[in-house]
Design a protein around this ligand. Structure first.
Ligand code: ADP
Ligand code: MG
Length: 257
């Protein structure tokens, strides 16, 4: 679906030169769920931005469904992105003066389909926010704002969702809701690429791509995410505990994300 071939991204020149991405090749197939991890400044956001066409590469090529898009001009690129991929940001980026419903309808307005609120109502229902559709973003909790932002991302029915630290500003409970929503979207067949520096969040993806100094240094499958229901007593590990048996709090915390 999405293919990066030998992509470079350099900022500035001379002494101020920063090579944010160097010779990065990466493919994302339909229905995949990748987490991008790496230290601060390693190029995670830059990678996500060039994948989404919101930042330009300075070398290499990017293809979406076989069509090269890194060389398109701004207008063609915007049209190309529409309906194919959507962004979710750590800071939500909702429009403060609009209601939740109006925010979610924005992409439809931009694509000339803004008269019908039905698709926006459907995605608000999906993220569990129908009852807040008349509210302004400032009247919502962080988790609700992020769900509104996800609804806005979903309204164009994208095949690929790019998310930069989507749970970064949220408490654990709200973060879990977002991750459950992502899991559901992925089960529907949407591909997701999520940047995070939190290993517990990354483990919710199917694969972890590790970035260091602007390069991909590993791509690994995440071991099954099924909760471990066996019980450790001293050195011995007892077999399966029936699901009806309450788990102790520590175990619950281990599997909570
Ligand atoms: P991460 O998201 O992993 O923290 P970034 O992709 O934001 O890292 O940044 C990678 C490197 O590129 C950093 O050294 C950063 O300072 C630099 N960088 C990012 N954006 C710009 C920019 N617009 N101008 C100059 N340097 C930038
Ligand atoms: Mg970043």
């Amino acid at each position: 679906m999405l293919q990066l071939n030998h992509v470079w991204r350099q900022y500035g020149v001379g002494d101020a030169k920063v090579i944010a991405l160097q010779d990065v090749s990466l493919s994302v197939e339909a229905g995949e769920y990748l987490a991008i991890m790496g230290p601060s400044g390693s190029g995670k956001s830059t990678l996500l931005n060039v994948m989404g066409g919101v930042d330009r590469v300075t070398g290499g090529e990017i293809f979406f469904d076989g069509k090269r898009f890194d060389s398109l001009d701004e207008e063609l690129l915007t049209g190309f992105r529409r309906g194919r991929l959507a962004y979710v940001f750590q800071q939500y980026h909702l429009v403060a003066t609009l209601t939740v419903l109006e925010n979610v309808m924005l992409p439809l307005v931009f694509s000339g389909k803004g008269d019908d609120p039905a698709p926006a109502l459907t995605v608000l229902e999906k993220v569990g926010l129908s009852h807040r559709m008349g509210h302004r973003p400032s009247q919502l909790s962080g988790g609700e704002q992020q769900r509104a932002a996800i609804a806005r991302a979903l309204v164009g029915n994208p095949a690929l969702i790019l998310a930069d630290e989507p749970t970064g500003n949220l408490d654990q409970a709200a973060g879990r809701q977002i991750l459950s929503l992502f899991a559901e979207l992925n089960r529907e067949g949407r591909a997701i690429v999520m940047v995070t520096h939190n290993p517990d969040v990354a483990r919710r993806a199917s694969e972890i791509v590790t970035v260091a100094d602007g390069q991909i240094v590993a791509r690994e499958r995440v071991a099954s995410t099924a909760p471990d229901r066996s019980v450790q007593i001293g050195e011995r590990r007892l077999g399966e505990v029936p699901p009806s048996l309450p788990l102790c709090n520590e175990t619950r915390n281990d599997v909570s994300l």
